[in-house]
Design a protein around this ligand. Sequence first.
Ligand code: GDP
Ligand code: MG
Length: 437
Amino acid sequence: NLSEKLDKALHVLKGHGQITEINVAETLKEVRRALLDADVNFKIAKEFTNTVKEKALGQDVLTALQPGQLMVKLVKDELTQLMGGDVEGINLSGDPSVVLMSGLQGSGKTTFSGKLASYLKTKKTKKPLLVACDVYRPAAVDQLHVVGDQIGVEVFSDRGNTDPVAISKAGIAYAKANGHNVVIIDTAGRLAVDEEMMNEIANIHKAINPQETLFVVDAMTGQDAVNTAKAFNDILNFDGVILTKLDGDTRGGAAISIKSVVNKPIKFIGTGEKMDAIDVFYPARMAERILGMGDVVSLVERAQEQFDEEESRKIQKKIAKNQFGFDDFLSQIQQIKKMGSIKDLMGMIPGAGKALKGLDIDDDAFKHVEAIIHSMTPLERATPAKLDASRKKRIAKGSGRSIQEINQLLKQFDQMSKMMKMMQGGGGKKMMQMMGA
Ligand code: GDP
Ligand code: MG
């Protein structure tokens, strides 16, 4: 992962009293490679290493007492700079201040709307109102009401109304009439960027002219997060980014690119499902996290574009140890989709691909499966056994799929895990029988 690679790259310098210009250049080449591997855009990575090099030479790294440590500091400072430098708050100068949420389905908009309302409520001068503008799924309105009840914040909704522009306007009018000085507008997302969603959010944006438009993105989605951010920014010219699901093992590699590509600050991060799992984004802390040591599976690895041998081996290992989870499942699906026509390619994919072949899954089914998995928490993805009735209910709400579909997916997942295990154990014959071949 990125940390290990950077660590390795800097290792050359750490503890070496003698340091040469060639040494610095070599090290920076490794740092650059690590950033590229982490899905950081080529240009950004190049600029990054050039800047560090200039600074290194400017600060006489070559003659410093502890050149390695100085280099580490330079890399960390520069990473910090890359992710935004200073901390930026949100603009709440309006009366009422209107905050508009945007982002894909499952990114965490509804959850973050609640977190932000709760966060602002503790500042005694703020009286927030939540407005439910996800009109496509009745469950979405329910979800926001549940959140509102939980944190003691009023929720404005209009179940008969299917026009999100009208609802957002009515919500703001209601806020004015009832002394709410912050209005948080929760909107609908799609699984991928599409014209309908973009038009809808653009229309709301135009109609209400919010003080603060926030783009919410799942930190676990890697390079996709950057592409989505760009698409939304082109339409909305948003004010800030909310990076969610940074709890657990997620390293936050996405933060590096997003800021550079859209040049908008990351303002808050989400670090859990609960309403208090919200943190102001500190670039320096994130740089430390990215450079942090450890052996956890990183975002970088999750976002890896191709099936390389290492990936395949890793998955085999996980299968053997019964650690194959929904994240792996999801990444397999994403890999397969990226590679083009599913049927043609099934046979090419090592390990899981062969097992998937036995299951009749088409592109549409993928979408539903992805929706369900996106609505799971990292914990649930890693340990599907934890999915009890109440968790399933929550996931059903979040993904817009039925409990039956979730049960079906769990069954499929279970079958797939078993099949893969069998294949590993040399039980190829038995599996062929199972698949009816
Ligand atoms: P929306 O479709 O954009 O409104 O997304 P939701 O707010 O419904 O969130 C989708 C799923 O992600 C839900 O199951 C949330 O509980 C979960 N979620 C949201 N933010 C976080 C977070 O920061 N950490 C974790 N672990 N889960 C989160
Ligand atoms: Mg929602």
